[in-house]
Ligand binder design. Sequence first.
Ligand code: HXC
Ligand code: NAP
Length: 308
Amino acid sequence: MNHTQGMLAPESLKGKTIIVTGGGTGLGKSMASYFSELGANLVITSRKIEVLQETAKEIAAKSGCPVHCVACDVREYEQVERVIAEAKEQFGSVDVLLNNAAGNFISPTERLSHRAFDTVVDIVLKGSYNFTLALGKDWIENKQQGNILSIVTTYAWTGSGYVVPSACAKSGVLAMTRSLAVEWAKYGIRSNAIAPGPFPTEGAWDRLLPGDLKKKYDPAKKVPVGRVGDHQELANLAAYLVSDFSAYINGEVITIDGGEWLKGAGEFNQLDAIPEELWDAMEMGRKKGGSKLKMMWLYFKGMRKLKF
Ligand code: HXC
Ligand code: NAP
């Protein structure tokens, strides 16, 4: 058994109806696919109906469970309400919302138009609160329990240059997650988030690392465990959080990034670059009675190898 395999027992999500925004591609598709494999009724939604139909066919053929798709722009509240209405028509009720749809691009902030800023914030933040509000109202009115999971990023709390609209929006989604975890717990509605590190997807990676940037900037190099994420390990975490096994987890954001953001945060983490010879020289320097010559030799050898 390893991280590339499914983790939960078969039928762990049987009978649950789950809406996945941005469920036609990338990580949304991978999580949706695993939910379906575990017996869930799926509703996937995004703007491009052809992509959704293709994905729905593929997932249903693999799992044998029903997958419904509805085209919707998450920025438009009426369209969001229509998705929820269709989900209820199809499956009776909705149990879980996965806020996964996002828009993003890299750019120096001063080069962005205000419309570009709006576009990313509207998809990520407004899209997530549109779905959360519409479904939350429905759950509370019908005295039904609910579970909201939102996909954020680690820069939701660190911030990040060159993706400022996305950082603003994701931190807003995280604030909503923690706020509603408290406010709506009395209605039986839980709210959690996942902050993924780098996971290869066409949508994100072609936009964030266009052209030669991909060759020059290898995301795996920033990750202490030395690799990027595998979709199945994210799907495992998401399936656990939308399942009843995680009933006592509420208001949490779980990072799944191989230690990436902490590597950037720790004051001395870049000392990874110090070669053994330099550590040896420093150790000899602080102990009494060592050979000065050997210490100097190790020091110069280490300094020659040192690359920051
Ligand atoms: C600067 C840009 C731009 C770019 C668009 N705009 N792309 N500005 N750099 N690369 C500007 C346009 O000029 C326009 O402003 C405004 O943004 C709206 O552009 P549209 O193309 O009309 O928007 P729309 O059709 O709604 O498309 C949304 C989109 C697009 C965000 C621009 O990229 C998209 O559909 N993305 C969805 C998928 C996605 O982004 N996935 C990545 C998620 S990854 P003006 O002023 O000209 O009108 C992610 C990972 C995070 O979040 C962490 C990784 C580790
Ligand atoms: P992706 O494949 O581009 O997924 C984004 C999805 O959002 C697409 O299916 C897109 O479908 C949908 N979408 C965009 N705008 C929409 C709108 N206005 N209305 C409805 N749907 C819309 O990228 P991904 O990498 O899988 O990203 C999935 C999630 O993971 C995002 O929340 C992202 O921020 C997060 N994330 C990813 C990484 C990573 O390394 N990949 C890291 C951290 C966080 P349509 O174009 O059909 O609308």
